[in-house]
Design a protein around this ligand. Sequence first.
Ligand SMILES: NC(=O)c1ccc[n+]([C@@H]2O[C@H](COP(=O)([O-])OP(=O)(O)OC[C@H]3O[C@@H](n4cnc5c(N)ncnc54)[C@H](O)[C@@H]3O)[C@@H](O)[C@H]2O)c1
Length: 265
Amino acid sequence: MAGRVEGKVALITGGASGIGRSCAERLAQEGAIVVVTDVQDDKGAQTVADITAAGGKASYLPHDVTGEQPWIDVVAAIKAQHGRLDILVNNAGIGLSGSVLTMPLADFQKQTAVNLDGVFLGVKHSIPLMRENGGGSIINMSSVAGLKGSAILAGYCATKGAVRLFTKSVALECAAAKDGIRVNSVHPGIIETPIWDSIMGTGDVGDNARPPRPAVLDAMTLEGVPLGKKGFPEDIANGVLWLASDESRYVTGAEIVIDGGFSIK
Ligand SMILES: NC(=O)c1ccc[n+]([C@@H]2O[C@H](COP(=O)([O-])OP(=O)(O)OC[C@H]3O[C@@H](n4cnc5c(N)ncnc54)[C@H](O)[C@@H]3O)[C@@H](O)[C@H]2O)c1
């Protein structure tokens, strides 16, 4: 039986870890030819080795999403190797917490460069190759932090809120061009991944007294999430798979919230 994204070529940024890694695995399980990119080369290569060992098709490219030339190079490499691009998961991201009164401008700008500039550049450089083959699916990783505010994550929320409306705007541009490209955002809630180590490293949690990450997330979600538990990367990857597949062919400009109800309270 054919997979749900059989033969489609998929680029996943930030695919070395957490949600991106799970998206790469899930898409490969369903027949996609997966290109994993990241700045963590060893972990990216490990993702690819694990996918390949499980019978999937995958390769790794080093790629800092904040630079325009790296995007030009990655898309050119995909065109040379595969001749097409069907799915882009703009997933790479960082999370920096703290008061706006003490956050250095350089940190604010660094976060914006990865979380927002990276998404802009991905869209800009992937659409021409997708158009050559009559369409595609772009999935931009936003967050519940793109739907509601947080006292210690103002800069992060700013980037994720921007990704939400950027996504809808590009969806309209592609629809007007009748290019067959759908563009949607995904909004994870509290998901067990290493990003929380940097988020919890500063701000109101307190570095020294902090228990291990899984215990902190369990406590946070028990109180704040209606379903009473945290999510895992595969919970997000399953939503990404649906958006990547033709099952969502009538969906564009949508925001898919996967958060155990966190954002409805
Ligand atoms: N984990 C959560 O609870 C949660 C919630 C909402 C949204 N998100 C979003 O999901 C996405 C994935 O995060 P995650 O939770 O899997 O975290 P993660 O830290 O496990 O993975 C993020 C990946 O992005 C990569 N990356 C960072 N800077 C990069 C750059 N300049 N160029 C290329 N790659 C870069 C990292 O090396 C890492 O592999 C992010 O956009 C994040 O904001 C996560």
